[in-house]
Ligand binder design. Sequence first.
Ligand code: ATR
Length: 276
Amino acid sequence: MKKLYGVIGNPIGHSLSPLMHNDALSHLGIDAHYHAFRIKEEQLENAVKGFRAIEISGFNVTTPHKVDVMRYLDEVDELAGQIGAVNTVVNRNGALVGYNTDGIGYIRSLQSISKEPLQEKRILLLGAGGASRAIFFSLAALGVREADIANRTASRAQELIDACRYEIASKAITMEQAEAQQHEYDIIINTTTVGMSPHVADTPLPIRSLKRGAIVSDIIYNPFETRLLREAREAGAIVQNGVDMFVYQGALAFEYWTGQWPDVGRMKQTVITKLG
Ligand code: ATR
């Protein structure tokens, strides 16, 4: 029987996941369909029950359900539990198991452009919201030794550091400190919403001077090149936008569901064509 996958969220109309996953499924000859379901918050429990009834093979979870969905699952993987959010659910013989592929997917995307292992790198994260939490905990779980966090509200950065149970050396710093010491970092990652369309003239970190060979990565993909990335590129940095993170979180989910690693280059092209 044809398998069913999907994504739940609200709103969900603009999700690029159906396009990306359906193309990958058909490309690998897997008899399955991936569908977007708009689920209101008060219908989340019913939606998960319905998925059990129809024996869905797996689904992604996006805003606003990433935290609340956990209470309706049978099991939550350790890292997802630490992060406190699930974006991927796998149906294992009737048991719904939750994972978080956002952080690990992001790290895979970073590894795809970094020639060296990330463990020894000095990393600066801008922002301390949900996306930062997933990335920071995943970096720590991977064994990265040092990652500082700069946030407009410094107390949120410290809370994130205090909440992390994996071993990692971190300091909460101000945005001003981040600006002043930006040249000390090998990798700078923007997880804030600053610079996102339509506020494209804004930047979370004016580029002054970067370390030689630095990577600057922005999880925003609208616009493709934020002011942060443009300034970093002009300063000679290796830059990466948020398309890769989106593609890799999807590729990891795909692997969890099907056991096959999809063609990420093809997935990326599908997404870029649609966005472009
Ligand atoms: P997400 O789940 O996408 O990470 P979030 O939890 O709302 O979203 O977090 C947004 C991040 O962007 C936060 O780090 C936020 O900083 P505060 O913790 O100080 O709110 C940051 N952010 C949003 N707008 C900002 C702005 N105008 N200037 C600086 N930081 C901003």
